[in-house]
Design a protein around this ligand. Structure first.
Ligand SMILES: Nc1ncnc2c1ncn2[C@@H]1O[C@H](COP(=O)(O)OP(=O)(O)OP(=O)(O)O)[C@@H](O)[C@H]1O
Length: 597
């Protein structure tokens, strides 16, 4: 890869040097033709010029051949590394970074790096070589001209130093604003229904216009910085040539210099003016690429605090789950804020189903996310199969556990691939099909059969849109298909109508008989699925026991349960289990709840 880039720079430099030979030929031709004008001299001169011209063109073509491939390969590799990094970084990192910033860093920033590698870097080397060789040739032609030309280097150097600092700041600002713009566009597209429903499309447009104006100003500032620098690097050689013309004509008239030398100087100076002006552009490209790389490195250096241990344990799989003295505060929480969770002690026996109940915002979802290490407990220990989760390889831990969140995220892919996401790659086709059929049955996702292409139907952003209830059932099917030892369900049935929910619960009860399940419940009917219920109150578990017992003994539990379901009174909840519960209206409640849209 790097040798190809080096060859690219070499061919670019050789092409430039081949071009610099032409003024020397011009000098010989002019002086010889003036002294002994013969047809043979003229033809030889034209022939050599043509050869060098073709050589210059061939070198140009070779440069592109050498440089484009490695630059594209490096860009691809950097993008892959960034993506892998983003996957590994903890959820806390993603909370703190906007998606637009990550998008612009992985797309436009890395495109800039590719362009600099394929073009800017080799052309910088070749321009520098051409300028150096050109200056040597000027010296050979006449030292006075060389001196004259060399004088402009000092102001160019000063201008270059000032330019680099300013252009770096301007480039960085433009990139950051591009990231913010990407976030605004993404949020407006994601939230288009809300904006339309509230008639606030103009609000989003105004926000976008404000961002665009900011970006425009920053782009203009960047362009004007580049503009004045290129102006300086173009004007200085021009001024030098004017001075050289004055001095050169005088030297020729006085007979101290041949006309050929003067012509050759101007031809050389003409050839150098382009690399000099381009060098300005390339320095600009270098500075912008440096800013892009800094943004890249910022992410690549983010600590992956949640990682696999170097020597992971591999305890026998049993489905045991225990939380010992667990506490947690979010990384971005104020230092004086109370922890979300503290002193949480909970033990689930293998195969047990436990419901987690608490008031809204009490930390139920947070607690669930500590188990597969989506967030890391800041106090205490989470144990899976008797081992601290931090001592297990992450991949291993996450095959032991499957999760289904209320906000069912599906990918732009077929139903089949979405549901089989957690099935081990080693499973053969029959096993995969069996897992799919079983999972769809348990999750009551029979609607899949009536989709246009059944389980091969494309869903997600690039495919068919599903209702909130359908998506939740597929997310639940995904968790079931993974056949974990421990299942974490974060209110995964909230968008289902009551009768579908009852059927799912009945199926889940059978399917999860041997799976340890912790289920965040917002409906008494979900709570009924559980062997025992844990009550989360004030950031800790204050009671654990069977639903009926907690209803009888715990006032806060009664309060939470009664607030969960408006249709059922506390008295009805006390009703013996075999007594029929009044049927809730079987509305087609498949619309997404809250943020699950
Ligand atoms: N990523 C986050 N960063 C900072 N604070 C958060 C984050 N996610 C949640 N919180 C805060 O943690 C608290 C607990 O949230 P959590 O979602 O765990 O509650 P919950 O009991 O699941 O709520 P609900 O029943 O409404 O789903 C809330 O006060 C919330 O504002």
């Amino acid at each position: 890869m790097w040798p190809r880039l080096a060859f690219g720079a070499l061919t670019a430099a050789l092409g430039g040097i081949a071009g610099l030979i032409l003024p020397q030929l011009l000098r010989v031709l002019v002086d010889d033709l003036a002294a002994h004008p013969t047809k043979a001299t003229l033809m030889a001169g034209i022939g050599v010029m043509a050869i060098f011209g073709v050589l210059e063109a061939a070198m140009y073509a070779a440069r592109r051949q050498f440089t484009v491939k490695p630059a594209v390969a490096i860009e691809r590799q950097m993008r892959e590394d960034l993506f892998v990094r983003l996957q590994r970084l903890p959820a806390g990192f993603h909370d703190a970074w906007s998606s637009g910033q990550l998008l612009s860093r992985s797309m436009s920033d890395l495109g800039l790096v590719r362009r600099y590698l394929a073009f800017g870097s080799v052309m910088t080397v070749s321009s520098a070589v051409v300028i150096a060789v050109g200056l040597v040739m000027m010296y050979i032609l006449d030292w006075r001209f060389f001196l004259l030309y060399a004088v402009i280097v000092a102001p160019m150097f000063i201008a270059g130093t000032v330019f680099r600092t300013r252009f770096h700041q301007a480039s960085r600002r433009v990139m950051d604003l591009q990231g913010e713009l990407a976030t605004t566009v993404e949020e407006s597209v994601q939230g288009i229904r809300i904006l339309k429903a509230f008639g606030r499309a103009d609000f989003s447009a105004r926000q976008l216009v404000a961002r665009l104006s900011g970006l425009k100003q920053a782009e203009l500032g960047k362009a004007s910085t580049l503009g004045w620098f290129i102006g300086v690097v173009t004007a200085l050689p021009g001024l030098t040539m004017a001075a050289a013309l004055l001095i050169g004509v005088r030297l020729v008239v006085e007979g101290q210099m041949s006309p050929g030398t003067l012509v050759a100087f101007f031809a050389t100076a003409g050839l150098l003016s382009n690399p000099l002006a381009e060098l300005g552009q390339f320095i600009g490209m270098y500075v912008a690429t440096k800013a892009a790389l800094e943004r890249h490195v910022e992410i690549m250096r983010e600590p992956t605090s949640i990682a696999s241990p170097s020597q992971p344990e591999s305890p026998a799989r049993s489905g045991r789950l225990e939380l010992r003295g667990v506490g947690f505060r979010y990384p971005d929480a104020a230092p004086d804020a109370a922890p979300i969770l503290h002193d949480v002690n909970l033990r689930l026996t293998p195969g047990e189903t436990m419901a987690l109940v608490g008031e809204t915002g009490s930390g139920k979802s947070t607690l669930l996310q500590l188990i597969p290490r989506i967030y890391e407990a800041t106090e205490g220990t989470v144990l899976v199969d008797g081992a601290d989760v931090r001592s297990l390889a992450l991949a291993d831990l996450r095959t032991r556990i499957a999760v289904a969140f209320e906000d069912a995220t599906l990918f732009s892919d077929s139903v089949r691939r979405n549901v089989l996401l957690g099935v081990p790659a080693a499973a053969d086709d029959d096993e995969r099909e069996a897992a799919l059929a079983e999972a769809l049955r348990v999750a009551q996702a029979g609607f899949v059969a009536s989709l246009p292409e059944g389980a091969d139907t494309q869903i997600g952003e690039e495919g068919l849109s599903l209702s909130g209830g359908q998506r939740q059932r597929l997310a639940l099917a995904r968790a079931v298909a993974a056949r974990p030892d421990i299942m974490l369900l974060d209110d995964p049935l909230s968008a289902l109508d009551v009768s579908t929910e009852e059927r799912v619960i009945a199926e889940l009860g059978d399917a999860l008989a041997e799976t340890t399940t912790l289920i965040v419940a917002h409906r008494p009917s979900t709570v009924a699925l559980a062997d025992r219920v844990a009550l989360l109150e004030g950031g800790t578990i204050t009671a654990v026991g069977p639903h009926q017992q907690l209803l009888e003994e715990n006032a806060h539990y009664r309060h939470v349960i009664s607030s969960l379901h408006e249709d059922e009174t506390v008295e009805e909840l006390f009703a013996p289990e075999d007594e029929p519960v009044p049927a809730a209206p079987a509305s087609a409640d498949e619309t997404p709840k809250g943020g699950a849209a």
